[in-house]
Design a protein around this ligand. Structure first.
Ligand SMILES: Cc1ncc(COP(=O)(O)O)c(C=O)c1O
Length: 395
């Protein structure tokens, strides 16, 4: 008797399927707007120079592969705390903060939703639309998914969001994306962030801020302004921080789970649950990526080199956004897509129907998910005029 014969077959992951189909497409003219990683002018996702150097230093200095402990690399955790809270945040000295190395941003998201469940949370709200792995993680932990309105007419929709969250109960969880919302590229303003923090506090919601694109919006310093403004009002918050994009460490699975609490007692209890959850899943966090990040951030020269590389990635994406936006405005004769320019990060969402995304793929070799999300960082500048011409037929 097979234990597995009666298992249902899950549908394939839509984005991974798209990548495979793109590679297999023999047409000379094809455009990959679906891929979820940063690409340079040559269409590559290279290892950053600062990472290469840090890796060499790390390997040269390493004398053991013994486990680092449940928090993983504590220097790394300290650097991410600096990024998220700022070096002088009083909660750090007061024991109201915890940080654990996690296997990527997803490992940190998993920690956060697991901790929500331990506190009695039954439902976790995600933005509509959001990155599909948010509801996936929530459901995998047996919790219900709620959806809140996020953007309207190309702008963040505070009223819509708080109206949908009006149906949330005290203790419900909320996943709120930090800078560079995936998939829309639309972010709350500083005032919106403050209002959201006050709203979460008032409603007793447990919020996790998902920071996967730090440094991709305006600058390393300014990108955390919203997150900090939110935390100042909300009092308590979880943070899932990913180094996959800003350090280009995707496969090294490098992330950090952080928590800001109202009381040191609460943080001390939460620490035991986060440690226990890590123990029961990956047991000990991976070391290599966190070691690279700690090496870079602990060395003034490497840090400056990394910041230059990060700034170059952001500048390139902003240039591509502006070029695509101008080309689409010219090709459609409508100003609607001028908003692409002011959006942040790797992604934006085009107002294209799921049926048209299929037609675009089949007829024109333009690959994008059914949601109409496009990866700006995947664009080749030379392709933009032709792409705008094709897309304008659907916009
Ligand atoms: C919104 C969002 N959150 C989190 C992540 C975390 O990714 P990783 O687990 O690879 O660090 C991603 C990556 O694509 C993302 O887009």
């Amino acid at each position: 008797m097979s234990h597995f014969a009666d298992l249902s077959t899950l549908p394939p992951d839509a984005l991974l399927g798209l990548m495979t189909a793109f590679r297999a497409d023999p047409r000379a003219e094809k455009f990959d707007l679906g891929v979820g990683v940063y690409k340079d002018l040559a269409g590559e996702t290279p290892i950053l120079t600062a990472v290469k150097k840090a890796e060499a230093m790390l390997i040269g200095a390493q004398s053991t592969k013994v486990y680092e402990g449940q928090r993983g690399n504590t220097d790394f955790c300290g650097h991410v705390e600096d990024f998220v809270f700022g070096p002088g945040h009083p909660a750090r000295a007061e024991g109201r903060v915890l940080s654990f190395t996690a296997p990527g941003g997803c490992g940190a998201l998993f920690q956060g939703v697991s901790l929500m469940r331990k506190t009695g949370t039954r439902r976790v709200w995600v933005s509509k639309p959001t990155w599909p792995n948010h509801p996936n993680v929530v459901r995998s932990l047996g919790l219900e998914v709620g959806e809140y309105a996020y953007a309207k007419d190309g702008a963040f929709d505070l009223a819509g969001m708080t109206a949908s969250l009006g149906a949330a109960e005290r203790g419900d969880g909320v996943i709120l994306q930090g800078p560079c919302h995936n998939p829309t590229g639309i972010d709350p303003s500083a005032d919106d962030w403050r209002a959201l923090g006050a709203f979460a506090w008032e409603k007793g919601l447990l919020v996790m801020l998902d920071v996967a694109y730090h440094g991709f919006a305006q600058s390393l310093d300014r990108d955390m302004d919203g997150v900090r403004a939110f935390m100042a009002e909300a009092g308590e918050a979880m943070v899932a921080y990913s180094c996959s994009k800003n350090f280009g460490l995707y496969r090294e699975r490098t992330g950090c789970f952080l928590l800001l609490g109202e009381t040191a007692e609460g943080i001390s209890a939460a620490t035991t649950h986060v440690a226990d959850n890590g123990r029961a899943t990956w047991s000990m966090p991976p070391a290599h990526g966190a070691g690279i990040v700690a090496t870079i951030l602990g060395d003034a020269v490497l840090r400056a080199e990394w910041e230059t590389e990060l700034n170059a990635m952001r500048t390139r994406m902003k240039g591509l956004r502006a070029d695509l936006s101008d080309a689409l405005v010219a090709a459609t004769g409508s100003n609607e897509l001028a908003a692409l320019k002011s959006q942040n990060g790797m992604f934006s969402q085009l107002p294209i129907t799921p049926a048209h995304t299929i037609e675009l793929r089949e007829k024109h070799g333009v690959y994008m998910p059914a949601s109409g999300r496009i990866n700006i960082a995947g664009l080749n500048p030379g392709d933009i005029p032709r792409l705008a011409e094709i897309l304008s037929g659907y916009l």
